[in-house]
Design a protein around this ligand. Structure first.
Ligand code: TYM
Length: 330
């Protein structure tokens, strides 16, 4: 049986990288497979969060997913913390994950920075919780951006280790599904850094909550380049490459096509065209999101329904795992 699971952290604004790298693909995949989309609030608290902001972001992301086209009648949208099995399975998997595997995780190295000693244990074991998120639903497909690839590969390793430990091919090994064209959308200020919720400069990203003027202003101020030799030297032109890639992804064109269309013009003409495409694409999403956010009860009803449906899938898997491990039950 095929099943999709993916997640997103409620740690601030959703941005164009989340949309083009992941959410847009989620919307497409729900046509073909049963899907679960999770607001990863357990993951969010691996760094300190303001409780009021966290719950607001959980609702806002729920609204954003629906506004982008995730259909809550078809797909399951839920908050990770409302399915207890995630934390319970994560503990069991912690006991099957060698430290050496976690030491290789680049995201922990980036996020903990120079302060490894004061980083939280939860931040370190974060990829094991992510593995539990996937395995508890026996998900076959995990659509993510490029930055999550290493975590999904670890999930496959942990699933394999568990299966070997109990001599039973119990857990499905999940496949990462990564889009070619927009797997890694970069910052508007620095084409070598990924666009991120945690970048301190709001000018580095386009948020799904930005209005048309803000989007246009951010694109205008984005780090520029010249177009000369664009075709031959794309790899050394990270900012130009990124903006062209965004244009291509938003207008469903091949990068080559965008280079031929704009390559001989000047950068400001291209930026104006990009702003127009971005506003045309994102404005309806922002409007739908704002309308949904005005009805908190409706958002909460989606999360409540999602929690019940997700629990119904997670419980039998967890019960079987506990039996395999040898835990007592009535
Ligand atoms: P998060 O919240 O950082 O990002 C959500 C999704 O957006 C993608 N993404 C990007 N794609 C392209 N370019 C970018 N600049 C960019 N920034 C973010 C991410 O790859 C991701 O797909 N650990 C996960 C959440 C999670 C999860 C899971 C994912 C928790 N459990 C289980 C899959 C399966 C995270 O922090 O994503």
């Amino acid at each position: 049986m095929q099943r999709v699971l993916s997640g997103i952290q409620p740690t601030g604004n959703l941005h164009l990288g989340n949309y083009l790298g992941a959410i847009r693909n989620w919307v497409a995949m729900q046509q073909d497979m049963p899907c679960l989309f999770m607001i990863a609030d357990l993951h969010a608290i691996t760094v300190q969060q303001d409780p009021a902001a966290l719950i607001h972001a959980t609702r806002e992301i729920t609204a954003a997913l629906i506004a982008c086209g995730v259909d809550p009648a078809r797909s399951i949208i839920f908050a990770q913390s409302s399915v207890r099995g995630h934390a319970e399975l994560a503990w069991i998997l912690n006991c099957h994950t060698p430290l050496g595997w976690l030491n290789r995780m680049t995201q922990f190295k980036e996020k903990s920075g120079k302060n490894k000693e004061s980083a939280m244990l939860g931040l370190y074991s974060y990829p094991v919780l992510q593995t539990a998120d996937i395995l508890i639903y026996q998900a076959t497909h995990v659509p993510v951006g490029e930055d999550q690839k290493q975590h999904i590969e670890l999930s496959r390793d942990i699933a394999g280790a568990f299966n070997r430990a109990y001599s039973h091919e119990f857990f499905t090994l999940p496949e990462p599904i990564i889009q070619k064209q927009s797997a890694r959308i970069m910052s508007l200020r620095d084409g070598t850094k990924k666009m991120s919720k945690s970048d301190e400069s709001d000018y580095s990203r386009i948020n799904l909550t930005d209005d048309a003027d803000t989007i246009a202003k951010k694109i205008k101020k984005a780090k520029s380049d010249v177009f000369e030799n664009m075709r031959d030297d794309l790899e050394n032109r990270p900012e130009a490459h990124n903006l062209m890639q965004i244009y291509a992804a938003l207008s469903n064109l091949k990068l080559e096509h965008v280079i031929s269309q704009f390559g001989s013009g000047n950068f400001s003409t291209f930026k104006a065209a990009l702003a127009e495409v971005a506003v045309t694409h994102l404005s309806p999403i922002t409007a739908r999101m704002n309308a949904l956010m005005a009805n908190r009860d409706a958002i909460d009803a989606v999360l409540k329904d999602g929690a019940a449906r997700a629990n119904a899938i997670a419980e039998p898997t967890l019960a079987q795992v506990k039996k395999m491990v040898g835990f007592w039950r009535e």
